[in-house]
Ligand binder design. Structure first.
Ligand code: MG
Length: 294
């Protein structure tokens, strides 16, 4: 099942969709689930259990179609900062090392950092270019993990049980600010720098988070092209490691790092420019498409 946050006639609500179908079923009206927003479901085991009964597509015609609504980011206002992994694909570690951003010595331990997301940008939305302070804007397609149950000291073998579902995150990065300020927080957190969507695919449908093709396409040009099985720290591993000392609250979004092929790694770099179209694509979820604003 796919879960969307959508707007229609000025109202925002959660609706379920299914692979291969354009139909949408508002979960409150159609499934009787008392949820006004995605986090009402993601943070409530009881509502998740109710929802699980609808994992397969209901019979009959859908009350709405994707074309009838405006998409929002699935979790427009995440709980706390988005937790992020840096250089989690070896080829990206190598290109980041060449660009002077990280040391290859980083290979031994996972890099964790965070990203402020005041409001996640929807699929179809505009990513501000912040040209007054940023002259090197970059894209990073990433698999986003949505935690559905507070995770405390969860062993690797139980980690998948804490995952509600998966989405696509574009970890937009202002490279000049990252460099100037050393710590990445500011350069990763500019307003509008976290496109997310188009939906959350439930863990039951997505299956093993390893083995999904992941790519980004800028103005029709394939830039990043990899597979989630190439993560150095995989999803069960990162949940086990982080939850060994930090409670991962239900509703937390974790961006699992990006493969090689970002602008920073190109010679010369092709930084994002106003008017560019950025497509981030993950097999089993779909495409998150945005344009760069002025
Ligand atoms: Mg990233």
């Amino acid at each position: 099942m796919r879960l969307y946050t959508v707007e229609k006639d000025g109202k925002r609500f959660v609706a379920a969709g299914y692979a291969g179908s354009e139909g949408l079923w508002p979960v409150k009206e159609c499934f009787g689930i008392e949820a006004d927003c995605m986090l009402d479901i993601v943070c409530c085991g009881e509502k998740q259990a109710q929802l699980a009964a609808f994992e397969t597509k209901p019979e009959g015609e859908a009350p709405l179609k994707l074309a009838d609504v405006t998409l929002c980011a699935p979790i427009p206002n995440p709980v706390g900062d988005v937790m992020c992994l840096g250089v989690n694909y070896y080829a990206h570690l190598v290109e980041s090392n060449k660009a002077g951003h990280v040391s290859l010595a980083q290979k031994g331990h996972t890099v964790y950092f965070s990203k402020r997301v005041n409001e996640a940008v929807a699929c179809g939305g505009v990513i501000p270019s912040h040209r007054d302070i940023c002259d090197r804007l970059d894209y990073e397609v990433e698999l986003g993990v949505v935690i559905g149950k507070d995770a405390v000291k969860v062993p690797r073998e139980d980690a998948q049980g804490c995952v509600f579902g998966y989405t696509i995150v574009n970890d937009i990065s202002a490279r000049n600010i990252q460099e100037e300020h050393k710590q990445w927080y500011f350069g990763k957190s500019l307003d509008g720098s976290c496109p997310m969507g188009p939906c959350i695919v439930t863990a039951a449908e997505f299956g093993d988070p390893a083995g999904h093709a992941i790519c980004s396409i800028i103005n029709g040009e394939l830039r990043q092209n990899s597979n989630t099985e190439l993560m150095m720290q995989d999803v069960p591993g990162l949940i086990a490691e982080l939850s060994s000392g930090v409670t991962l609250k239900a509703g937390t979004v974790i961006a699992t790092g990006t493969p090689a092929g970002v602008a920073m790694g190109m010679n010369p770099p092709k930084w994002l420019q106003p008017g560019d179209t950025v497509e981030c694509k993950i097999e089993g979820i779909g495409s998150l498409i945005n344009t760069i604003g002025e």
